[in-house]
Design a protein. Structure first.
Length: 227
């Protein structure tokens, strides 16, 4: 699992890795720069590595272009693995009961993910009722742009965002022309693009607020939506 940050990763190097192994490989890049991890499992794993030394709360400025390129590649592979699991478990098929729509959530490391179509492109979003807007990373935004699913007209300007350390960062505000959650289609949803390829894809209130009622069935793992 050890990869020096300065070495470019080839997609073939990731072929036989599962979701958890990809997560460790991605975070190893940050660990090589001395990131202090907040997740207990990551702290436990990297503390056992003889080369690891926790020194910094934020290493974003330490990342080289090769590091960023490697992170984007691994994130892309992680998302593909998660989507594959979603299809295998058939969680992408919504359940309709009257005016109520239910969609199965997929759990990775205690975090619930929901398959969503953004302008026709399938992505797995982290369910986050605390996020004000839908949030995607620069990696997903670049992919959408290259596929013609996000245009210059969809970019609406800049927005200031506060990260977990209290630092203010500038992101892009964009308009997502079509967001489909289960069998529910939303048009013209405001979102932010975080200039960080490692940023989680969050399903925030700019989409969830369009529904009259949102419930979470944690026991059975369902998101229940009513419009």
């Amino acid at each position: 699992m050890i990869t020096e940050p300065s070495v470019t990763i080839d997609s073939k190097d990731l072929d036989n890795l599962d979701v958890q192994e990809l997560r460790l490989k991605r975070n190893e890049i940050y660990a090589r720069h001395g990131l202090k991890f907040k997740s207990q499992d990551l702290r436990d794993y990297f503390t056992k590595q003889t080369w690891y030394e926790a020194k910094r709360d934020d290493v974003s400025k330490e990342l080289s272009e090769v590091d960023k390129q490697n992170i984007r590649l691994i994130v892309s592979e992680e998302n593909e693995r998660k989507k594959q699991l979603a299809h295998e478990q058939e969680i992408i098929v919504p359940i309709r009961q009257g005016n109520v729509s239910k969609i199965k959530m997929l759990e990775f490391g205690g975090v619930y993910h929901i398959p969503i179509l953004i302008n026709g492109v399938e992505m797995l979003f982290v369910f986050d009722t605390g996020a004000s807007l839908i949030s995607i990373s620069s990696a997903e935004a670049t992919f959408l742009y290259k596929q013609g699913k996000l245009s210059d007209e969809d970019i609406k300007g800049e927005i200031e965002l506060m990260d977990a350390n209290g630092d203010i960062n500038v992101g892009a505000k964009v308009n997502l022309r079509e967001v489909t959650i289960g069998d529910q289609k939303l048009e013209n949803v405001e979102a932010t693009v975080i200039d960080n390829p490692n940023a989680p894809i969050l399903l925030g209130q700019s989409a969830l607020g369009r529904f009259g009622k949102i419930q979470i069935d944690y026991h059975n793992g369902f998101l229940i939506m009513e419009r």
